[in-house]
Design a protein around this ligand. Structure first.
Ligand code: NZQ
Ligand code: ZN
Length: 393
């Protein structure tokens, strides 16, 4: 039965060709001073020039902080917070993918936070003032452009810890999404972003809510669209239709629409996070390894639903007398697709062995220490996570 729910999607999405040139006027609605925050790649230079011009044209003074790394660092967030305070900056503008977006979110929320933002409760609301923020997106996948979450790596502790925080205050005020900006993505990032979208859909799909037809239908559409369009984009990187369709569905699983009224699972991300945090790997790449391992371990929790997904999205032929056969065929097909788009399906393919499994499983449970397990539906404890890591080896 659908649960009671609140739906709230305040972000303004500005989508399409050339839209980054509107950024100055959007920022100016909030402030005449801005922190321009980005990563360090060469791809970004022509884009930054257009953004600087747009800010200048709108009379916005800006300060710059580049250098965001994948799995963004807390120390750079602290530097951003200092800059915002020193120059009394009134807006934070992210230009980049999930890491830059989350770093900007932490600066926005952390600047006037009463205490150290890292120590804030993962699910606690924030009661101190925040700085408005926006993004010009360059990498579709994380859905951070509409999400209420921010993932940060604490590089001030040894070993480092990556953690995910949730609060309404992490929402952007606007997101500019021009699919043309994704033409320069290397194939590995295109594929990793696409897999992230698939995994977000699957984290929602395996709900404990019965008859969640809307959720299941939208998830299947998102997954099928991404699987089709990522293959086109990899062959033809400047294919606007394929890039636009990926950008269009990327944020759907993170919006307050698809999953409202249903119990989400969100399990595999918590099993993935310690691995990317520890090995500094790519989010979507590790998800591509963990998702089939988790499916193999958990499919018995809801055989009809696993079978439905494997048939409707992963090309398995339905065998109603032997549903497990159908599910295994679907998982195999998903793994073939994963290899076809250039991603690994085993940890050993990327040189990770079992030496840290206990440490990683400990960290996964620590990340959700309020519960002592990860996943709201498939509740995986320490021993289960170890088994999933073994299946991923
Ligand atoms: O700096 P270079 O080497 O050029 O590489 C950049 C970037 O560092 C490259 N890139 C981005 N846009 C490009 C481009 N290269 C060429 N052309 C472009 N248009 O891609 C590198 C990786 O970017 P990053 O932002 O790290 O990737 P992604 O968007 O996958 O973000 C991953 C982070 O987001 C978190 C992940 O945990 C991870 O830390 N997530 C955040 C979520 C949220 N806040 O809601 C949800 C997600 O599930 C996820 O956990
Ligand atoms: Zn993700």
């Amino acid at each position: 039965m659908l649960q009671n729910y609140v739906q709230y999607n305040p972000e303004k999405i500005i989508f399409g060709k050339g839209t980054e040139c509107q950024v100055g006027q959007e920022v100016a609605r909030y402030s005449k001073t801005c922190l321009l925050h980005y990563d360090g790649g060469d791809y970004i230079n022509p884009l930054l020039d257009r953004i600087r011009q747009s800010l200048k044209d709108a009379g916005v003074t800006f300060y710059e902080l580049g250098g965001v790394e994948p799995n963004p660092r807390l120390t750079l967030v602290r530097k951003g917070i200092e800059m915002v305070k020193e120059h009394n900056i009134g807006f934070v503008l992210a230009v980049g993918g999930g890491s830059t977006m989350d770093s900007a979110k932490f600066i926005s929320v952390g600047t006037y936070y009463d205490g150290d933002i890292w120590n804030h409760g993962r699910f606690a609301p924030i009661h101190t003032p925040i700085i408005p923020k926006g993004v010009v997106l360059t990498l579709p996948g994380t859905g951070s452009e509409v999400s209420t979450s921010a993932v940060i790596r604490n590089d001030e502790v040894d070993p480092e810890i990556k953690n995910c925080f949730f609060a309404e205050e992490f929402r952007f005020d606007f997101a500019i999404i021009n699919p043309e900006l994704t033409y320069t993505l290397p194939p590995s990032q295109t594929a990793a972003g696409a897999y992230d979208i698939i995994s977000h859909s699957m984290e929602d799909y395996f709900t404990s809510t019965e008859d969640a037809e809307y959720l299941w239908g939208v998830c299947e559409t998102v997954i099928n669209s991404v699987m089709k369009n990522v293959q086109i984009a990899l062959k033809d990187p400047t294919n606007y239709t394929a890039r636009a369709n990926i950008c269009r569905v990327a944020y759907v699983p993170l919006e307050d629409i698809m999953d409202r009224g249903t119990q989400y699972n969100f399990c595999v991300h918590n099993i993935e996070k310690p691995v990317t945090g520890t090995y500094h790997s790519t989010h979507g790449k590790i998800l591509a390894i963990m998702m089939p391992a988790w499916m193999k371990y958990c499919y018995k929790t809801n055989i009809p639903l696993f079978m439905r997904l494997c048939v409707n999205c992963f090309g398995a032929k339905p065998d109603y007398d032997h549903p497990e056969k159908t599910i295994m065929e679907g998982i195999r097909n998903l793994e073939h697709f994963t290899h076809d788009i250039g991603l690994p399906t085993r940890l050993s393919e990327i040189g990770i062995d079992d030496s840290k499994f206990e440490y990683l499983a400990d960290l996964a449970v620590w990340g959700d220490r309020e519960n002592g397990y990860v996943g709201q539906v498939t509740k995986m404890k320490f021993e289960d996570i170890i088994e999933i890591y073994k299946l991923a080896l």
